[in-house]
Design a protein around this ligand. Structure first.
Ligand code: AMP
Ligand code: ZN
Length: 412
């Protein structure tokens, strides 16, 4: 689909980012968050402006996890109204200010959820006669720090390495352009966020972002202990024996020793086995007193992050990259964890990767959001790409083969 209504010169200027400001509406519905964003893209080198972002999250607490049909229905109930509200509150209602590009997550994700966003995005692009870009969800996460400059006004430049740590992924990726991403290492079982959630549930956390709840619990309990110490009160001791140890996956004897892969499955089994061994009288760790749960929470979180940091350093060594010239991005929901940032910084410094500039998107932009989809859509659009209106969403999509999936159209 070409922008036939626009003169060719204007289209060329758009490609170079040197034309007039253009408007982007972005939608992300790959899982259970419904998110909508509006971004203004002024001519480069002016920075993009995030005009609005609207997120509604399905509360999965009662269900104890994500039920795909509930997530799909949640998007279908909310998305159109959210788009309407975002347009209205930015003075763009009634189609008076058509957007120039609609960017939407095409995959990977849950089919029902993706379909809800993808179909509305197609409809809007037909109605506005504008560009349509189907974005890879992970590329959205990877490029997020290029939308939001850090405190020093810096953004990562290609090529850069990203550690993507989310509820569904744990991978280290080398990005050389918006369309070229090489996976340096990956998890061989479950994702880090998934494991943090499982362990947090075992430790009695409740809510929909259990990894975040775990961090919050640790911080609150530590603060409480500090306050007690300040007030001259001796904090209640924990009774976790030293033998209650967390595993060090893939670092044992044998052939797997040299692997750079991540593996998190052992943490939940270790927690359950050690519970039965050391606390045989209780059926759940949630029953333990807070100081003991705090100690266990710290050991779990640190054990998981140490493994992540160790394997990341090994993978960087194995990739043999000019690390002093490479930027390092840590993105995805788990990247908002402050302790993870400390553990990673220590490991990278100690392994000779101190020359890499490190970028962490603000916590709000680490979890799923439409702003990242809008920005990735802008980079794809400016690389001359858009998506066929006949394209379908996809539950599986390798970030390495982003362009192999049918449905891409090259703009002139
Ligand atoms: P995403 O898949 O990118 O939306 O990220 C969601 C995952 O990130 C879930 O597993 C959350 O528990 C996890 N998460 C979010 N915030 C934090 C945090 N502060 N610490 C650890 N994990 C977190
Ligand atoms: Zn995500």
């Amino acid at each position: 689909m070409m922008l036939r209504s626009r003169p060719a010169l204007l289209r060329r200027l758009y490609l170079k980012g040197a034309g007039r400001k253009y408007h982007v509406l972005a939608i992300e519905t790959s899982c259970d968050d419904t998110t909508v964003a509006l971004i203004d893209r002024p001519p480069a080198p002016q920075p993009p402006v995030l005009l609005d972002h609207y997120k509604r999250s399905l509360d999965n607490t009662a269900a104890g996890g994500i039920i795909p049909i509930d997530a799909r229905n949640f998007h279908q109930r909310n998305l159109a109204l959210m788009v309407q509200e975002v347009l209205q509150r930015n003075g763009m209602s009634h189609g008076l200010t058509p957007q120039d590009v609609v960017a939407v997550t095409r995959g990977p994700g849950m089919m029902g959820s993706l379909g809800a966003g993808f179909n509305l995005a197609k409809g809007l692009s037909v109605a506005w006669g504008c560009g349509f870009v189907g974005v890879h969800h992970m590329v959205g996460h990877l490029l997020t720090p290029r939308l939001f400059a850090d405190e020093s006004g810096r953004t990562p430049e290609y090529p850069f390495v990203s550690l993507l740590v989310s509820g569904g992924h744990t991978m280290l990726v080398l990005s050389t352009s918006v369309t070229e991403h090489k996976v340096l290492t990956n998890t061989i079982d479950i994702a880090i966020g998934d494991m943090l959630d499982k362990c947090a549930r075992e430790l009695g956390m409740r809510g929909s972002m259990l990894g975040m709840e775990l961090e919050r619990f640790i911080n609150e309990q530590q603060q409480l202990q500090q306050q007690q110490i300040k007030a001259g009160i001796e904090p209640q001791p924990h009774n976790v024996p030293d033998e209650f140890v967390m595993p060090t996956p893939l670092r044992g004897k044998g052939a797997r020793k040299a692997t750079t892969a991540y593996s998190f499955a052992a943490f939940i089994s270790a927690l359950q086995i050690e519970r039965r061994k050391h606390f045989p009288d209780i059926s759940t760790l949630a029953d333990l007193p807070a100081p003991t749960r705090l100690e266990l929470a710290k050991r779990v979180q640190t054990g998981i992050f140490n493994h992540l940091a160790k394997q990341t350093a090994l993978a960087l060594e194995a990739a043999d990259l000019p690390s002093d010239k490479l930027d390092f991005v840590c993105a995805g929901g788990v990247a908002s964890n402050q302790h993870l940032r400390t553990v990673l910084a220590e490991k990278l410094e100690s392994k000779g990767f101190s020359g890499m500039r490190r970028f962490y998107p603000a916590p709000k932009w680490c979890t799923d959001n439409a702003a990242m989809i809008g920005w990735a859509g802008i980079e794809l659009w400016e690389a001359g790409l858009q998506t066929d209106l006949a394209a379908m969403p996809t539950s599986r999509w390798s970030v390495e083969d982003m362009l192999s999936l049918g449905g891409w159209l090259k703009r002139e």
